[in-house]
Design a protein around this ligand. Structure first.
Ligand SMILES: Nc1nc2c(ncn2[C@@H]2O[C@H](COP(=O)(O)OP(=O)(O)OP(=O)(O)O)[C@@H](O)[C@H]2O)c(=O)[nH]1
Ligand SMILES: [Mg+2]
Ligand SMILES: [Zn+2]
Length: 293
């Protein structure tokens, strides 16, 4: 379903002014992953003249209040949502927003749980709980460690022959994982304690890297806030796979799974078929949709 793989023969290009105007509702008319046409310019650089239609993309607003959206990347084979449980602490509200956006824009997504080496006995319980919630919702979780190399080989295999996106909060180890996958790559990484001191992001560019084992990975700067791009109230639950499955069984259609009698989703939350945390996340998103519209 996704565009053919790029050939790795970089040409430096600039964007033509007209192109900027076309994408006026997004802060970036051109996103990493875009397939473009370019013409040779006078100074040896190419001039980008058009962008091919995107097969898919991930888009966000920096906050719910912002009017403009930002396209994180396009034409993605698999988006890997990188997270940790601790150091930094997982923010499930953020994860859920990212996952909803992937569903809405038809981007296949998996969760990479990094820094597995840091979890002690007590935290393993946290891990089980986390897995119950997200595997229960239908997502694949791969436990990895850039430090010990856990499952890096598996990841390398998975990433062959496609464009993969690594995204997530700052400090979860996106760049470290990519470095672990290919010894030719030396992306900048930073010690976690520096983040707290300066609130800084180590990766500041959206950049695609070829892997020597095959495939391409897009490294991205850490994301702080993830504002959903507008969607209809009735539509939101379609992007929670575990709710979508039961949708047909609700008495009313459309059902927002809030106040409606005979709601199968609410029943599923009550008897723990659907995680209460995910349902709360859903309610939070519905609320905000209302407020910021
Ligand atoms: N213990 C442990 N530390 C890790 C692991 N992966 C990354 N780190 C450390 O976590 C810190 C942050 O890693 P980065 O790779 O810079 O994180 P990032 O997600 O790319 O961060 P941004 O570029 O700011 O978005 C570094 O100090 C890494 O050494 C891991 O698997 N285990
Ligand atoms: Mg980074
Ligand atoms: Zn319902």
């Amino acid at each position: 379903m996704v565009s053919p793989l790029p050939l790795w023969d970089p040409v430096e290009c600039v964007v033509r002014g007209r192109l900027r105007l076309k994408g006026s509702k997004t802060t970036n008319p051109l996103a990493v992953g875009d397939i473009v046409k370019y013409e040779p310019g006078d100074d040896g650089k190419g001039i980008i003249v058009s962008i091919e239609p995107r097969k898919n993309y991930i888009i966000r607003k920096s906050t719910n209040l912002s009017r403009e959206s930002h396209i994180i990347a396009s034409n993605i084979g698999t988006a890997y949502l990188v997270t940790t449980l601790i150091h930094p602490e997982v923010k499930t509200v953020f994860l859920d927003r990212f996952l909803v956006t992937c569903e809405a824009y038809r981007v296949p997504v998996k969760i990479l749980l990094n820094k597995r080496d840091l979890l002690d006995r007590e935290e393993i319980d946290m891990l089980e709980n986390f897995k119950q919630i997200y595997e229960g919702a239908g997502y694949e979780i791969i436990e990895v460690s850039a430090k010990t190399g856990l499952n890096i080989e598996k990841l390398r295999d998975e990433c062959k022959g496609k464009v993969s996106l690594f995204s997530g909060q700052s400090g979860v180890g996106k760049s470290s994982l990519i470095n672990a996958m290919d010894s030719n790559l030396i992306l900048k990484t930073a010690n976690i304690s520096d983040y707290h001191l300066q609130g800084k992001h180590t990766t500041t560019f959206y950049e695609m890297h070829p892997l020597n084992s095959g495939g391409f990975i897009i490294d991205t700067p850490g994301i702080r806030g993830f504002g959903l791009v507008e969607m209809e109230r009735e539509e939101l639950s379609h992007y929670f796979p575990e709710m979508l499955k039961l949708n047909q069984e609700c008495r009313f259609a459309p059902c927002t799974h809030t106040h409606e009698p005979g709601c199968r989703v609410k029943e599923a939350v009550d008897n723990n078929e659907i995680s209460a945390d995910r349902y709360l996340s859903y309610l939070g998103m519905l609320d905000e949709e209302e407020k910021y519209r």
